[in-house]
Design a protein around this ligand. Structure first.
Ligand SMILES: *Cc1c(COP(=O)(O)O)cnc(C)c1O
Length: 357
């Protein structure tokens, strides 16, 4: 079967060296060899987070498991779910499905969650946990994370949970500087690995709080992880192959240099945005365009999103149609992980050729 190059916002294209790293013989997860990999990965992730503080845990689940874990551990009273697209709305559903009290602060798709509104809602004193998706993949929007984190600093008793699934490893996010209590991401997006592993950073405050939250369940209980982490192990059998591959990928990332990595991602984003605005129109509100995935509104009469998708497929390139209700109105191009500016330019050139015909 011919390989189809993925330009979708997860899973993304995986580098051959990383794929190769998944194909190593199994080792026991209760032994020195595993512990060494585990501790090595944690150390490298700490460099990515830019802090020695807090706790780094590896969840053998997709990111959604870590989203559920946030509520299980940190919502004792009532959560405020900030929503602005599909994934943030799902986080609200997850709160309710876990039997948590939760209210939704929603904005129209393409608009950001507003710091002032969050401030107003938290000042009611009703909430002890806030969930925020930093990079809303369905609308290609990056929320004003810094401004929101400034508001959160006024409310130290409200746990601050942030989904950075499609942004972590593509943009710098320092959870200590931002006062985040629980930061989560999955491996199949800006990390550039296959799916199946989630990474969580938790603050000391998050662990103290969760000790008092009843009904944490078992699989995502931070205290199960804390106990086993002292030995550099996980409570249950982890996805050893992916953890090994993450170690290899983190070494590649650090060899590139994090500043170079951030710069490459910014360059890809501006390349795509400039191109999009001269042929179509960027979908999200100005000032909120994501660095890792562009959501582009099809403003043209001469081509449909479906035609674009199919014509690119003939060249073995897979872009993403819009998400849910945006399916026909927008399309998305992911520019994250190991993708280069040159590869992106080639793809955009192909779209230009399709538009000419
Ligand atoms: C992809 C994605 C998720 C869900 O990830 P799964 O790996 O499918 O669980 C959650 N949040 C955001 C922002 C995402 O992009």
């Amino acid at each position: 079967m011919t390989h189809k190059r993925l330009w979708i916002p997860g899973p993304v294209e995986v580098h051959p060296d990383v794929l190769q790293a998944c194909a190593v013989p199994m080792i026991t997860h209760r032994g020195k060899e595993y512990q060494k990999i585990h501790s090595g990965v944690k150390g490298k992730l700490r460099q990515l987070f830019g802090t020695e503080k807090g706790h780094v845990y590896l969840f053998t689940s997709s990111s959604t498991g870590a989203m559920e874990g946030a509520l299980r551990n940190l919502c004792g009273r009532r959560a405020l779910s900030c929503t602005c697209g599909n994934f943030s709305e799902r986080w609200h559903d997850i709160a309710l499905e876990n039997g948590k009290e939760a209210d939704r602060y929603g904005v129209e798709w393409g608009q950001p969650n507003r710091p002032e509104e969050i401030d107003r809602l938290l000042s009611t004193g009703k909430y002890d946990c806030l969930t925020l998706v930093s990079n809303e993949t369905s609308t290609g929007l990056f929320n004003p994370l810094r401004e929101i984190s400034d508001v959160m600093k006024k409310y130290p008793d409200v746990s601050f949970a942030v989904d950075a699934v499609s942004s972590l490893a593509g943009v710098p996010i320092n959870p200590v500087e931002l006062g985040i209590d629980y930061l989560l991401a999955g491996t199949q997006k800006a990390f550039g690995l296959p799916p199946g592993l989630a990474v969580v950073w938790a603050s000391d405050r998050a662990l103290e709080k969760s000790a008092k939250v009843p009904g944490r369940g078992h699989y995502f209980d931070l205290h199960q992880f804390r106990k086993m982490d002292e030995k550099n192990e996980t409570p249950e059998t982890p996805v050893i192959s992916l953890i090994h591959a993450l170690d290899v990928q983190m070494t590649r990332m650090l060899a590139e240099g994090l500043d170079n990595r951030w710069k490459r991602h910014r360059e890809m984003a501006t390349t795509c945005q400039e191109w999009a605005n001269s042929r179509f129109k960027m979908f999200p509100a100005a000032g909120c365009w994501s660095t890792t995935v562009s959501c582009i509104e099809n403003t043209r009469k001469d081509v449909t999103v479906k035609q674009l998708y199919e014509k690119l497929l003939e060249r073995n390139a897979v872009i993403s149609e819009g998400y849910g209700k945006l399916k026909e109105r927008t399309f998305r191009i992911a520019h994250m992980a190991d993708t280069t500016v040159a590869e992106l330019r080639e793809l955009l050139g192909w779209i230009d050729e399709i538009l000419k015909k």
